[in-house]
Design a protein. Structure first.
Lengths: 222, 316
């Protein structure tokens, strides 16, 4: 019954999806935190840049960004991310870059709302001790903000997992691209689609449950 | 909001902020200079690459028809998904287990699957099992994919909207002897629709952005796809990307602004119960079907009026 699976590397495609997700998640967590820091910083220019970046990038469809990394960044600007000859690696890295650029805006917004939930007294007390802005942010406010936004960040991660399929638009061999190829060549439309759909349910459902539980455990009790 | 994080700058802090500003400005300028230089090296700044946008052929022949298809697909998807979503959302709150559980399974299943996969599936499905001609198949596939996904997202919005109403509305309606269907259709739903409007409008932003998927993968001739044909004719890759991005940004910005204007207006209005689903709340909130304010949660009027009531997950 499952002989149509022969010749297709379904697990390999899902492994690419997982790699895309994890690398982009780490990247957008870092860049998103930096953006959030910029948006609350005392330097007006950085605040302006952070706000502009988030509002612009968030409103561009991810597909446009991903396609641009290939046709624009790579073809016109010559950005190869250290893999000029290896096309597979180059497009994989470009997709990660596009996903980071897009997802980080949502991480930034989640974090910023987390910063707003930290009671004013925390930052005031920290300033009264003579801590500088960066110390207030990194030692007092952000650690508490992160603990309250685990739930929203989990949603961003789940959305990111699903968004990695957009990398199919520039030919990265992840799950959606393989699914397209398989249903075009094999006659088992429903069966193949169900397998791929379940693959994503398996990827996203435990993430949501685990991080939801973690978020409840780590939330600052107030 | 943020000023609580740092003291009012004194002379030293002012100097430090100035230095940081200058360093940051120089870095930004370097980046822009590199972009400008590369673009001019590759001829992307030449007048004839930009002229089509000023003189009109780019718009009338390529971009406006593309934008039209984008809006058509988004509007169709929203119009079809709304009643489906409402039905699913209400079914999920049913008193009968055999209605509630299947609705919950459908909603959670379709929210866990990428829209692109739903579109690819729909495209192949129509080609295998229906007589839809190959010309209009991409539109059908895109709309079907969007409907399947967004109906389940809207179901959660509807549910959150109904749960955001003060409990007294339901109790009062039951007290005057209305049946369950009457309570839902003549008391809860009309009020919930007002509470949900901002969230629905901001879901439209997500739909508009997702139509671009069909352009890239299924060859649906929407805005992003029109850009490809345009750039093939005028060799203006970067200018065309910039223009398309700006169109999307303006469109989505208008929708977002409309949503927040609507929200502010509804919150201020005296006629409603004051329950409004906050636009951002629809984005944040809980995980994997474990929603804020589960079935039958006590929700006073102050919880509704205070804003933050939603419990819906929305994709970025």
């Amino acid at each position: 019954m499952f002989d149509f699976l022969e010749g297709y590397d379904v697990l390999g495609a899902f492994w690419t999806t997982v790699q895309l997700t994890l690398l982009s998640a780490v990247g957008s967590l870092i860049w998103g935190t930096v953006l959030a820091g910029m948006r609350v910083s005392p330097v007006p220019l950085m605040r302006g840049f952070g706000t502009a970046y988030v509002n612009i990038v968030r409103n561009i469809p991810l597909t446009v960004i991903i396609v641009f990394t290939s046709l624009g960044l790579s073809n016109i600007f010559g950005v190869a991310l250290g893999a000029a000859d290896d096309f597979e690696a180059k497009f994989f890295r470009l997709a990660v870059l596009g996903l980071i650029a897009y997802t980080s805006t949502f991480v930034c917004e989640a974090l910023r709302s987390g910063i707003n939930t930290v009671p004013v007294g925390q930052a005031e007390a920290a300033r009264a001790l003579g801590l500088s802005f960066s110390q207030v942010l990194t030692l007092i406010v952000l650690p508490q903000a992160f603990r309250t936004v685990i739930g929203p960040l989990a949603n961003v991660l789940i959305a990111l997992t699903k968004n990695t399929t957009v990398a199919a638009a520039i030919g990265v061999a992840e799950a959606a691209l393989l699914m397209k190829e398989m249903i075009e060549n094999e006659a088992q439309l429903l069966l193949i689609s169900t397998i791929f759909a379940l693959g994503f349910v398996v990827l996203t459902l435990p993430t949501g449950l685990l991080l939801g539980w973690l978020g409840k455990r780590l939330a600052v009790k107030r | 909001m943020s000023s609580v994080l740092y003291d009012t700058p004194g002379p030293r802090a002012k100097r430090r902020n100035l230095i940081l500003s200058v360093v940051f400005a120089v870095l930004l300028a370097l980046l822009l200079w590199w972009v400008w230089q590369t673009m001019s090296d590759k001829g992307q700044l030449d007048g004839d690459k930009w002229r089509p946008f000023v003189e009109g052929p780019a718009w009338t022949t390529y971009l406006l028809p593309g934008l039209g298809n984008t809006l058509k697909a988004a509007a169709l998807a929203m119009v079809i998904a709304l009643p489906l979503g409402a039905a699913l959302g209400i079914a999920r709150m049913s008193d009968h287990r055999w209605v509630r559980v299947p609705a919950a399974v459908i909603v959670e299943f379709f929210r866990a699957i990428p829209v692109l996969m739903l579109m690819i599936f729909a495209n192949q499905f129509y080609s295998d099992y229906s007589g839809v001609d190959s010309e209009s198949r991409p539109l059908y596939a895109v709309v079907t994919g969007l409907v399947l996904y967004n109906a389940s997202v809207l179901a959660e919005i509807v549910r959150a909207g109904i749960l955001s109403l003060p409990k007294g509305q339901n109790e009062a309606a039951q007290a005057i002897g209305l049946r369950k269907t009457q309570v839902m259709t003549s008391i809860l739903l009309p009020q919930a629709v007002t509470a949900m409007l901002p969230a629905i409008v901001s879901q439209l932003v997500v739909i508009v952005k997702d139509t671009a998927l069909g352009g890239a993968v299924l060859n649906f001739t929407e805005l992003l796809n029109a850009r490809k044909t345009l750039a093939a004719n005028f060799a203006n890759v970067v200018p065309s990307f910039i223009v398309v991005a700006v169109v999307f940004i303006v469109l989505n910005f208008l929708l977002t602004s409309f949503a927040s204007w609507l929200e502010g207006r509804l919150r201020r209005s005296k006629k409603s119960t004051g329950a409004v689903l906050h636009v951002d709340d629809v984005e944040d909130t809980n995980v994997a079907g474990e929603l804020v304010g589960a079935h039958g949660t006590d929700r006073g009027p102050e919880a509704g009026g205070g804003g933050g009531t939603g419990g819906v997950r929305k994709t970025p």
